[in-house]
Design a protein around this ligand. Structure first.
Ligand SMILES: Cc1cc2nc3c(=O)[nH]c(=O)nc-3n(C[C@H](O)[C@H](O)[C@H](O)COP(=O)(O)OP(=O)(O)OC[C@H]3O[C@@H](n4cnc5c(N)ncnc54)[C@H](O)[C@@H]3O)c2cc1C
Length: 475
């Protein structure tokens, strides 16, 4: 039997609520309390809260404190921060504390709460979103962006959403790149920086909007900045976000780019994007550099630091139901991923666990796993940190109680080990609630409140965009 811990339920492959073998879902929904300490610049957030609820709570208390997590407000902090009861930082020890901050919580136990270090932001920030089609030099702009974006002023971020859209010529399609930006400062300074670093983008004052931090989270979450921030607190918002990822079925693949891609490389991507319906494919391109490159690869399980120019998320969307539609779209995004091979990181071809991709390999469905088997995705997600994660797993969960298709394996674990049989016999004798509690408290000793000082670098933030057709309409 598997245990599936669900916080926000946003796992890309649904691992928090699906399984091919019998399982129980431990739903953290009602553990969603958030307390903010403005003086200490700290917050306690329980694992079942969403990042939108966290943003809203912070904004209720302060206009100049923030926490940089993801763009989509319905994502849960349990999965996103992955890594909280019975054990605290002191009693769990530094190695386990390290492992759950990026190594995926589901391999190690159940996190009940995080302690966060908040960051200071100015009262006024500036955002913009400008779209450029192929006819407006998008290819050259994207090519230039590769050299500019990873080296921009540390308070400035420019990401790109690229996808097929209707052309101004009727009946024709084109590719549009939407440059989406957040600057921790006022518009005058932003325009000055852009003039120095990226004049080709030709951003005008009227493209920019000065906002407060909570409005910027609305913007990146796909809402109009005029919307009430309370919309961020809903798990099923009545006003739907413009982000396609919140509206359609999708399959995603992720790559890291370490050397600039030539124009010819992008032109091949455009051909593939042209095969998709308008707005049904997207490449989300997010720069690295900045703080990310200052942190050593082994500081936390998340290893993708210096040496990466940017990451590219490749997404296929579809809204029809049935296996044919999903198969068609999944096949397409796999072709795109194959096409990208010469242009992206190698040995390993790196990936990010929060954009889980079961194409990279899985543990055996029932219970079996091995170090060699798990290395196929483990080295891609964690590089050299995989070895340490296995050591920690072997120490805290040698019987592999906390497991799923891509969990970290304990060393020398045998699928048919007596460990599992004892656990399974124990489970059968207990009432569902009691057995869960017992398993977690007495056997695994792995329910822990985490005192975690999360930094922006722990959870690489994926800034999102307004959907193409709504681009800028809300500013
Ligand atoms: C629509 C959408 C938008 C997204 N936007 C962004 C974004 O803007 N930025 C970004 O970085 N990522 C984004 N993601 C990816 C997201 O960060 C990851 O999928 C993350 O793991 C989701 O966390 P969750 O708690 O919502 O998911 P869940 O499905 O609840 O959990 C994900 C994994 O973590 C485990 N887990 C969950 N809670 C706990 C816990 N309390 N203790 C131990 N293990 C636990 C689960 O078992 C599962 O393996 C997005 C995903 C979706 C679907």
């Amino acid at each position: 039997m598997h245990i599936r811990t669900r916080s926000g339920g946003h796992d890309y492959e649904g691992l928090s609520y699906t399984s091919e073998v019998p399982y129980v879902v431990l739903d953290m929904l009602n553990l969603s309390e958030i307390t903010i300490d403005v003086e200490q610049k700290e917050a306690w957030v329980q694992a079942g809260a969403t990042i939108g609820q966290l943003y809203y709570k912070i904004s209720e208390k302060s206009k100049t404190l923030a926490f940089p997590a993801g763009a989509c407000p319905t994502v849960g902090v349990g999965g996103l921060f992955s890594g909280g009861g019975i054990l605290d930082r002191k009693s769990m020890g530094e190695d386990l504390f390290w492992a759950i901050r990026g190594g995926g919580g589901a391999s190690f136990g159940v996190i009940t709460a995080w302690k966060l270090k908040l960051v200071s932001v100015p009262e006024t920030l500036t955002i913009f979103s400008v779209g450029r089609t192929l006819e407006q030099n998008a290819t050259e702009l994207i090519h230039k962006w590769q050299y500019v974006a990873p080296n921009l002023h540390e308070d400035l971020l420019i990401a790109i959403s690229i996808g097929p859209v209707n052309s101004s010529k009727s009946g024709e399609k084109t590719i549009q790149a939407i440059f989406i930006s957040l600057f921790l400062g006022r518009v005058d300074q932003l325009l000055h920086l852009l003039e120095q670093s990226f004049p080709e983008l030709s951003v005008r004052r009227e493209d920019c909007t000065e906002v407060c931090w909570i409005q910027s989270t609305l913007f990146f979450g796909g809402y109009s900045i005029g919307e009430s921030p309370q919309v961020l607190t809903s798990r099923n918002p009545e006003i739907s976000s413009a982000l396609p990822i919140t509206r359609f079925h999708f399959k995603a693949k992720l790559d890291y780019v370490q050397e600039s891609i030539p124009v010819s490389g992008f032109e091949g991507v455009w051909k593939l994007l042209h095969e998709r319906e308008t707005c049904m494919a997207e490449m989300l391109v997010v720069p690295y550099g900045g703080k990310m490159k200052e942190i050593s690869e082994d500081a936390l399980p998340f290893p993708h630091r210096a040496g990466n120019l940017y990451k590219i998320q490749q997404l296929a969307y579809w809204d029809e139901s049935g296996p044919e539609a999903s198969e068609r779209s999944i096949t397409w995004v796999r072709r795109l991923y194959d096409y990208m091979t010469p242009y992206v990181s190698k040995s390993p071809r790196a990936a990010y666990i929060n954009y889980r991709d079961l194409d990279l390999g899985v543990n055996n469905a029932a219970d079996g796993t091995s170090y060699a088997q798990a290395s196929s995705w483990g080295l891609k997600y964690f590089k050299n940190n995989f070895e340490k994660l296995v050591r920690v797993k072997t120490m805290v969960d040698p019987g592999n109680f906390f497991r799923n298709e891509q969990s970290i394996p304990p060393k020398n674990f045998q699928a048919t080990s007596s460990n599992l049989r004892v656990l399974n016999r124990f489970i059968r004798r207990q009432s569902p609630f009691f057995k869960l509690l017992n398993l977690m408290m007495n056997i695994s000793q792995a329910v822990f409140p985490v005192e975690s000082e999360l930094e922006d670098s722990v959870c690489p933030i994926e800034p999102f965009h307004e959907e193409q057709k709504n681009s800028q309409s809300s500013f």
